[in-house]
Design a binder for this molecule. Sequence first.
Ligand SMILES: [Zn+2]
Length: 336
Amino acid sequence: MQIADYLSKKKIPIPSDYNKRKRGTKSLTYGLWQQSTVRFILSNEIYTGTVIQGKRKKVSFKSKKFIDLPEEDWIKVENMHEAIISKEDFERAKKVINATKGSRVVQNDYLFKGLLRCYDCKGYIGIRSPDKNGNIYGRCQRYGRFGKFDVCSPHNFNYQVFEEQMLEVLREVCKEYTNTKKLEEIAKQTKTKQAQEFDIKKQIEFFKKQVEGETKKLEVMYDDRLAGIITLDEYMKNANRIKEVVKGYEQNIKELEQELSGENDRTKSESKLDNLIEEFLNMEKPTKEIIREFIEKIEIHSDKQVDIYFNFKPLQEMSEKLKFICAKKEYERKVG
Ligand SMILES: [Zn+2]
């Protein structure tokens, strides 16, 4: 970290900025060095003049996938180009890096870990270890790391309170979704899904029969024309009309078939969501995994406002509706 901060203060461009500048594109990063970049550079043997090949291998000739190979299988060729780091320095850095490896404390596995983002800088929100009072706080990681360079703001919040409230919101959204769905179904449920599907299939069947009939007519007319019963002019006129009619029927069939498969897709994703909700609501303590099924990410504003991004559109809509109701209640409470 000291090396990274030293480079940041000296305004040495970070590698991605350097590359972008060479290509003439504008950089979107802050231009501040991460520890991981320094670590990557210090561990890269290429700076000692050695070229390494065969770190990865294609799974098969046709496949685009690669697999990592063990270090003893790598092909190393020394002194391929001029070294900018001596082998001794490289080995010393390697020793220091290896000595610090694994010394970092493994973080607790929090329910919403990895889902939290800073609304302002879009970076991760880190969850810190409990303080001496046992409180756990979330904070913008970019601020934590680069706040001294005036990057972003703390976005501090009590994680334990947040987790409790978030689970409450999630439960409420799920319950509200289930209830609304039930009501909707009762309202429109004169026909079951199967009955609706059956109707569509019957219509498709009908239009297919029509197409068959019209095609037969065309064949008969063709015979009549060959036998000289109708004129070429009459034949052409009628044939064109029939072809137009058939085209219309075929369009109908196409649309009905699309409706049918769309209905199936919707039913599939809906029933997946229904199962998930049932499982979630029955859980005494929800797992990290199920939370990730529901939620794509959660953004935290500096005033502690929270935006949830759901993986399911109906839940997203429901949560926005609920937010409105909550805001309205808040407003009414304040006013009266
Ligand atoms: Zn931030």
